[in-house]
Design a protein around this ligand. Structure first.
Ligand code: SAM
Length: 284
């Protein structure tokens, strides 16, 4: 269970705060997206890579007390956080996504948000998840930022340079190629590679303007500006570009992006789903 994933995930990894901040930021749109899942009271659902467990609560609302929601994650800290978030309302298991300890054919829906691109062999994992579904059961994959985010209405040249710097950083950190890092764009192709039918895909936008709610500013400042950007991008940017980025990210400076009147954020959220065929009648 200790093996690192494509993006360095392991049982010991802990990015609880980052996940919590994302969910505090994106909660309204995630609720809207999950309302599209084909769930009814009494259904049995698995959330693979459930992280800190916020989506478990949304799934639970849809299947009610008669249903079952199980969360699964590799990281011990995330499992602990999810169990705390959920109390007695969902079971949370620590396991690898490619070896789910649940019976074949027992689930109505397998859901996964922002996780498939962390797995070394996403198609093999999805094949395994399909074995857990009853005939007619659904596989539903959600992903943020398939479109490049517009974090604020800034100079497009600098935005491009920063995006490139982030990719260069991740390529170096995880030994990944550009193709590996952008494989997440192939959600529809992954589902088409499985014996599934009735594929549907839908995207919505998270959109914010200033003044920002405290949770939105916390997510953007801590997770994006300081976590994804910050000093680690210095080696990958020209000195004047790095200085310009620092000015935009400095809450005490006059150029701070998040409190400017022209602040405008756009981030996509996508849900792709498809189902196993219903059981065909037995031949005589
Ligand atoms: C980007 S996070 C998304 C978490 C959550 N679904 C959300 O959107 O907030 C990816 C999650 O997948 C988990 N993960 C990565 N590789 C895994 C694996 N092989 N098996 C199970 N979980 C894994 C990580 O621990 C992490 O919690």
């Amino acid at each position: 269970m200790g093996a690192a994933g494509r993006l360095g995930d392991s049982a010991a990894r802990d990015y609880t705060l980052k996940l919590r901040q994302f969910h505090a930021f994106a909660a309204p749109e995630l609720r809207q997206l999950l309302a599209e899942l084909p769930l009814t009271p009494g259904m049995r659902v698995l959330d693979v890579g459930c992280g800190t467990g916020e989506t478990l609560a949304l799934l639970r609302e849809r299947v009610g007390a008669a249903g079952l929601v199980v969360g699964l994650d590799l990281a011990a800290a995330h499992v602990r956080a999810a169990a705390l978030t959920q109390g007695a309302h969902a079971a949370v298991l620590q396991a690898d996504a490619t070896h789910v300890p649940l019976g074949a054919g027992t689930l109505d829906l397998v859901f996964s948000l922002n996780t498939v691109h962390h797995l070394p062999d996403p198609l093999a994992a999805l094949r395994h998840w399909c074995t857990l579904l009853r005939p007619g059961g659904w596989l539903a994959l959600a992903q943020s930022s398939l479109l490049p985010d517009m974090l604020f209405a800034w100079d497009e040249r600098l935005e491009r340079r920063v995006t490139e710097a982030v990719r260069a950083y991740y390529r170096a950190r995880y030994g990944q190629s550009e193709r590996d890092l952008t494989a997440v764009r192939g959600l529809v192709g992954l589902l088409r590679g499985l014996p599934l039918q009735a594929l549907q895909v839908r995207s919505l936008l998270i959109e914010r303007t200033s003044p920002l709610a405290a949770a939105d500013e916390a997510y953007l400042l801590e997770t994006q500006f300081r976590g994804t950007w910050g000093a680690r991008l210095r080696p990958y940017l020209a000195a004047d570009d790095y200085a310009a980025l620092e000015r935009l990210c400095d809450p005490s400076g006059p150029d701070y992006a998040l409190r400017r009147p022209d602040f405008h954020l756009l981030q996509s959220l996508t849900l792709a789903r498809a189902r196993l065929p219903q059981r065909t009648s037995q031949k005589q």
